[in-house]
Design a protein around this ligand. Structure first.
Ligand code: ADP
Ligand code: GLC
Length: 489
């Protein structure tokens, strides 16, 4: 697994959860899985084991040196632990931030940092004398792995194939063409391997052209990304590879996200005794300084504050719907998140202006569990959502999600039918402030007027299984198909 993030070592989003969880479940199935990721400054070396000797990595005609550390992935099966290797390069990774810091959200030298990282994967295999069947790369930071395999390393790794997983097509690693030199690839590869993007270099595009197999994290998003509207200009590339491209829905880690044994909430709960959910609601209202009232519906939200997540429509200037929702409806709204500074400011401002709105700017695992458990509904008005983990968590916590009809959200939530009471959440189509307002209103109406249906809906969501066992089997099939490609079958 070649990844820029994996829990518990480094996380900016769901990629970190997915890379770790998939590695663990494959190890449980008996595979020899190893993870390689950068050793960021925030990862404390004193908990890692140093592998002896420096490692040289070819970089644009030269060689650069790094150290390698190792640790076991927590949660590994005892008999078959997953090894995590950390590429330790002071200049590239010995700084705050994974991809950037607030003052510089995308580090200027990211193409160089992740060229180095992707190339180091092969040197690592040599160093530990371990040749994998599959190099599984995630997102643009590792997308050069399949490219290097195809054009520079196929001689040394003749039986290895590659798989590239798209977690978010919105981030492609598009940089000035000058950076191509760092790859060490011959000049003709700029076109041949698919880096060319007008005058720019597009790292994800090259990966998509070169990988043995491609996939993304839900079937719905796989279809959407092949359309012009949602293909982020790579729909043509994806359509041309349609035979090799599929969608596999992520699972969730039921050890961590399970109300029946959650230690971050006041009292665990399950279908037979929901009193713990009421206790969580009270604790949530207290934590956020809201009126403690069991009868008022609470809508929760946990999000990266970026346009992908619909924050413009919720909090944007002049037309944000969060303000109107809180002004007009008998509800409470809580949000936890970090991201674009205008949004953080607006959330702080609304928290001081409205009695029933509270935002917390920051990152907190602990609070995120309390919000999942203590809310009555969970809001995710995403512009696009490759998979989305929070709607699955909230279903399992008996907190019906209010979601936009897109990607993994559409694949995991069924719309409420107020005649029959069927469904697991509330779905809207258009990403407009009005649609969010109306759908939040619909959920609140059902809470006050169709309470029995809402309680039944909670239980229905709690019974949904999003385990990793099914997806793991699909990844096994994908790996086999990729290997068949190298064998020339
Ligand atoms: P994405 O990866 O696009 O951000 P996902 O829904 O796949 O979306 O995953 C986001 C993950 O990050 C979830 O586990 C979510 O709970 C977590 N998360 C996001 N922001 C915060 C935050 N401020 N505090 C705690 N957890 C957060
Ligand atoms: C990305 C996507 C998210 C997905 C996650 C894990 O961050 O935005 O929808 O759940 O990757 O695959």
């Amino acid at each position: 697994m070649c990844t820029s993030e994996a829990v518990p070592f480094a996380k900016t989003g769901g990629l970190a959860d997915m890379a770790a969880a998939l590695s663990l479940v494959l190890a449980k199935l008996g595979h020899d899985v190893r993870v390689v990721m950068p050793r960021y400054y925030s990862i404390d070396r004193s908990h890692l084991t140093r592998i002896e000797g420096a490692m040289g990595v070819p970089m644009g005609g030269m060689e650069e040196w790094c150290a390698v550390y190792r640790a076991e992935l927590p949660g590994s099966p005892e008999k078959n632990p997953v090894q995590v290797y950390f590429i330790d390069h002071e200049i590239y990774f010995g700084r705050d931030g994974v991809y950037g810091v607030p003052q510089e959200p995308d580090f200027l030298d990211n193409p160089r940092r992740f060229s180095f990282f992707s190339r180091s994967v092969f040197q690592l295999c040599r160093k530990i004398e371990w040749i994998p069947d599959i190099l599984h790369a995630h997102d643009w930071p590792a997308a050069m792995v399949p490219v290097f395999l195809k054009y520079l390393e196929s001689g040394a790794f003749p039986k290895t194939s590659s798989v590239l997983t798209i977690h978010n097509l919105g981030y492609q690693g598009i940089y000035a063409r000058d950076n191509f030199g760092y790859t060490g690839l011959p000049a003709w590869c700029f076109y041949e391997a698919g880096f060319e993007d007008g005058a720019m270099m597009n790292i994800l595009k090259a990966g998509l052209c070169c990988a043995g197999k491609l996939n993304t994290v839900s079937p719905g998003y796989a279809k959407e990304t092949m359309t012009r509207e949602q293909g982020f200009r790579l729909d043509g590339v994806l359509r041309s590879r349609a035979e090799d491209y599929s969608g596999i829905l992520n699972g969730i880690d039921a050890k961590i996200w399970n109300p029946r044994r959650d230690k971050s909430i006041p009292k665990p709960y399950g279908e037979n005794d929901m009193s713990g959910k009421a206790a969580a609601k009270e604790a949530l209202q207290e934590e956020f300084g809201l009126d403690i009232d069991p009868d008022v519906p609470v809508i929760g939200m946990i999000t990266r504050m970026t346009s992908q997540k619909g924050i413009g429509e919720l909090f944007g200037p002049a037309y944000g719907s969060a303000y109107s929702i809180c002004r007009d409806m008998a509800l409470q709204l809580v949000i936890l998140g970090t991201g674009e500074s205008w949004c953080e400011h607006e959330v702080r401002s609304l928290s001081s202006r409205l009695p029933n709105f509270r935002g917390r700017i920051g990152y907190s695992e602990e609070l995120s569990h309390l919000i999942e458990a203590g809310s009555d509904f969970f809001l995710m008005p995403s512009r696009y959502e490759p998979c989305g983990l929070n709607q699955m968590y909230s279903l399992n916590y008996g907190t019906p999600p209010i979601v936009r009809n897109t990607g993994g959200l559409a694949d995991t939530v069924e719309n409420y039918d107020q005649e029959s009471g069927e469904g697991t959440g509330f779905i809207f189509n258009d990403l407009t402030p009005q649609a969010i307002y109306n759908t939040a209103g619909w959920a609140v109406w059902a809470y006050y007027n169709k309470r029995e249906q809402i309680e039944a809906m909670r239980l229905r969501g709690m019974k949904k299984k999003f385990s990793w066992e099914g997806p793991a089997k699909k990844y096994e099939e994908l790996y086999r198909a990729a290997l068949a490609g190298v064998a020339g079958v």
